[in-house]
Design a protein around this ligand. Structure first.
Ligand SMILES: *Cc1c(COP(=O)(O)O)cnc(C)c1O
Length: 348
């Protein structure tokens, strides 16, 4: 199978498994796991943040950030298609008691401009409205197609948010992909954010884990919430050992995933029934409009699956994601299968 559903399907490398087997461990709830501590220190150093916390998942990292930056009854503003709003099972309402106020980006990139964010803010001391506490950004923007937000764009939002007394959390699940596409550093892309989360387990290939970062005070509070949410993990150095390789080594090969995604997009753009502009594919995620095929995304995904390709669809689009377990040969193979599948008049 050629699994293009997501970069979450990546498996740990041989080097990761070897590092896991020989990891030096301790009780991380006591702060005594040397491998976890090393990973956290190294992440904080790379991102130029005061402190970092290893958490089991990106969702937990995001939800801890929302919790620490808000109090029950607050509102938090983010783009309509953001992961925290659409794909975290209303956790922010349950855990933090906050209301998410989604704002739909007018831009194809899905990245909100300050004037759009402003439409969702509630800052007055009104007797009947809640107050905005937090803005959440996402870089790369997953459901908008792995699009990137520049350092300047992010800095401008943070600056205006801070003037208004608001915090900014960045869901940087794929921030290393963004840094590569923008030819900059992850620290430049996250410098002004009050907190940032990135996933070790997606394109970076670790089996489990994310890192949440921010000020020392923020991370102290985050550590308490990780424990309350059941994320205190004892000998977690077994996982952090793989995470360390993901952090140090994997970013060096992400350009292969981006090149594969671009090639896939260029190939798909040749198929008349598909709508995709290869110029818009700047990282490892492609969103292809299938509305001209006259088929549903489910028909197409099912047929592709029968022919050895896993894709993920909704509405009238399918999403394809390249990652470290996809070779350029498999991109060619996928293109051939997709071309044949769409040529076949009788999909069902
Ligand atoms: C995958 C993802 C997450 C959540 O990460 P998990 O480790 O799957 O919980 C958060 N934000 C974005 C943008 C993601 O793509």
């Amino acid at each position: 199978m050629i699994d293009l559903r997501s970069d979450t399907v990546t498996k740990p490398t041989r080097a990761m498994r070897a590092a896991m087997a020989s990891a030096d461990v301790g009780d991380d709830v006591f702060g005594e796991d040397p491998t976890v501590n090393r990973l956290q220190d190294r992440a904080a150093e790379i991102f130029e943040k005061e402190a970092a916390l290893f958490v089991p998942s990106g969702c937990m990292g995001n939800q801890i950030a929302v919790k620490v930056h808000s109090k029950p009854g607050d509102e938090i503003v983010m783009e309509d298609r953001s992961h925290i709003f659409q794909h975290e099972m209303a956790s922010s309402s349950i855990i933090s008691g906050v209301l998410i106020r989604p704002v739909r980006s007018e831009d194809r990139s899905g990245h909100l401009r300050w004037n759009e964010i402003e439409t969702g803010l509630r800052l007055g001391a009104d007797y009947d409205s809640s107050r905005t506490a937090l803005i959440c950004l996402e870089n790369t923007h997953n459901m908008a197609g792995g699009t990137v937000m520049s350092a300047e764009h992010c800095a401008e939002i943070c600056e205006k948010a801070h003037v208004a007394g608001l915090s900014v959390h960045l869901d940087g699940a794929r921030i290393f992909n963004a840094a590569l596409a923008l030819n900059t550093s992850v620290s430049a892309l996250t410098r002004h954010c009050d907190s940032v989360q990135f996933c070790l387990s997606k394109g970076l290939g670790a089996p489990i884990g994310s890192i949440l970062m921010g000020s020392r005070v923020f991370i102290e509070e985050a550590r308490s919430w990780r424990k309350r949410l059941g994320g205190g993990m004892r000998q977690a150095g077994i996982l952090a050992a793989a995470g360390m390789i993901a952090l140090e080594e994997s970013p060096k090969r992400l350009h292969e995933d981006h090149a594969n995604a671009r090639r896939l997009a260029e190939g798909l753009a040749e198929i008349p029934q598909l709508i995709i502009d290869p110029e818009t594919v700047v990282t490892n995620i492609l969103i292809v409009d299938i509305s001209k095929t006259g088929k549903t995304q489910a028909d197409i995904c099912n047929k592709l699956r029968e022919n050895g390709i896993f894709a993920f669809g909704w509405d009238s689009v399918i999403r394809l994601v390249t990652h470290c377990d996809i070779t350029s040969g498999q991109v060619d193979e996928a293109l051939a299968v997709i071309t044949n599948t769409l040529r076949d008049q009788d999909l069902t």
